[in-house]
Design a protein around this ligand. Structure first.
Ligand SMILES: Nc1ncnc2c1ncn2[C@@H]1O[C@H](COP(=O)(O)OP(=O)(O)O)[C@@H](O)[C@H]1O
Ligand code: SF4
Ligand SMILES: [Mg+2]
Length: 331
């Protein structure tokens, strides 16, 4: 697999009473072609802002203040506005939790996808309609011909999300960023949409950055997992290693709260407390206000990156410092 996207030292901030609050702070990760990387963490940890930073869509007055976002070696932060628009309408596509907010309620869904195709490829109406019908079939929309002329309110939540995925695929992206794509759907439909994403990754080789607060979804789909807490990554690892041997206390807390991944009969404790707001992040380890394993340096000294094995990274004072990776190579 070749390296498609390299995010290095990403910092995204909003103005605050004290200057600037970094809601994404020194985040680094890679996405290889064809892989599914899950970005996981509780609500408010900065997952969506990381995704929006990649696409340069951070809402003002927020902005990316540092870092690199390299797409096959070229930094998206150096792209002109029009180059960036081409990236968003082409190589990188994004789908959101609420498909309704992205669909125009007064335009038939087929026409909306046809428009996206038309903007990207200069093809006629007839061809665009045929391509849209094929895409609808590919994303599992039953009776695609009839559904082309449906309005968003005539479709279920699951079908609307399929339309959004069809629209995202219309430009043949190499990267699909899916931000909580199934959170608004009921469990059965959730499973169907996850299966669809898995098919796309397999059949089209699309790399997926899958954002979720749900480690159960990670278990279904991800090749690797990056766990985020309060604007920082706390652990990055291949899925199986992360699920079977989580090293960071926060990852362990997330795992304990998932029924399917816990031993039978074990009560599921939530991680006590809440993610502190960005203005109240501790100086040291951001998780120190909630961590049951906190010890002397934790509240004051930020834990450095350690690499317990060549394909894992973790930021915690309790993880053996001797395993620190001198190269600091992000995974
Ligand atoms: N427009 C904004 N102005 C200031 N802070 C914001 C804004 N939008 C989001 N934030 C803050 O950024 C942090 C990260 O938010 P977000 O990326 O949406 O988290 P997640 O997607 O992990 O739930 C949150 O603490 C949130 O309060
Ligand atoms: S650095 Fe300390 S407070 Fe933070 S997760 Fe590790 S043990 Fe807990
Ligand atoms: Mg979010």
């Amino acid at each position: 697999m070749s390296r498609l996207l390299e995010v290095r030292g990403l910092q995204t901030a909003f103005p605050s009473a004290t200057g600037e609050t970094r809601i994404v702070d020194d985040v680094s990760f890679n996405l290889d072609s064809g892989e599914v990387l899950a970005l996981v963490g509780e609500s408010g940890s900065g997952k969506s802002m990381t995704a929006l930073s990649i696409l340069r869509l951070v809402p003002k007055p927020g902005r990316v203040i540092a870092g690199e976002i390299k797409l096959e070696g070229r930094d998206l932060l150096d792209f002109s506005v029009s180059e960036m628009r081409r990236v968003r309408g082409g190589r990188i596509a994004m789908i959101f939790q609420e498909p309704m907010t992205c669909l125009n309620p007064v335009v038939a869904v087929g026409a909306q996808v046809m428009e996206a195709i038309g903007l990207h490829d200069q093809i006629g109406q007839v061809d665009a309609r045929a391509r849209t019908r094929e895409l609808f079939a590919e994303v599992g929309i039953p009776d695609p011909e009839a559904r082309l002329d449906a309005y968003p309110h005539e479709l279920s939540g699951g079908l609307k999300q399929r339309v959004m995925i069809a629209m995202a695929l219309s430009t043949r992206p190499e990267i699909l960023i899916a931000d909580e794509p199934t959170t608004a759907l009921d469990v059965t439909v959730q499973a169907q949409i996850l299966a669809l994403l898995s098919d796309l990754q397999r059949d089209r080789g699309t790399a997926i950055l899958l954002i979720t607060h749900d480690l159960g979804i990670v278990n279904e789909l991800a090749d690797r997992v990056a766990v985020m807490y309060a604007g920082r990554l706390v652990e990055v690892a291949p899925r199986q290693e992360l699920l079977s041997n989580p090293l960071h206390p926060y990852t362990r807390g997330l795992l304990r709260s998932i029924p399917a991944l816990s031993p039978p009969g074990v009560r599921l404790p939530e991680i006590p407390g809440v993610v502190p707001s960005p203005d109240h992040w501790p100086n040291g380890c951001r998780f120190s206000t909630r961590c049951g394993e906190r010890f002397e340096p934790c509240a004051e000294i930020f834990p450095e990156e350690t690499a317990p094995t060549s394909d894992r990274r973790v930021w915690c004072h309790a993880v053996d410092a001797s395993s620190r990776d001198p190269e600091g190579e992000a995974l």
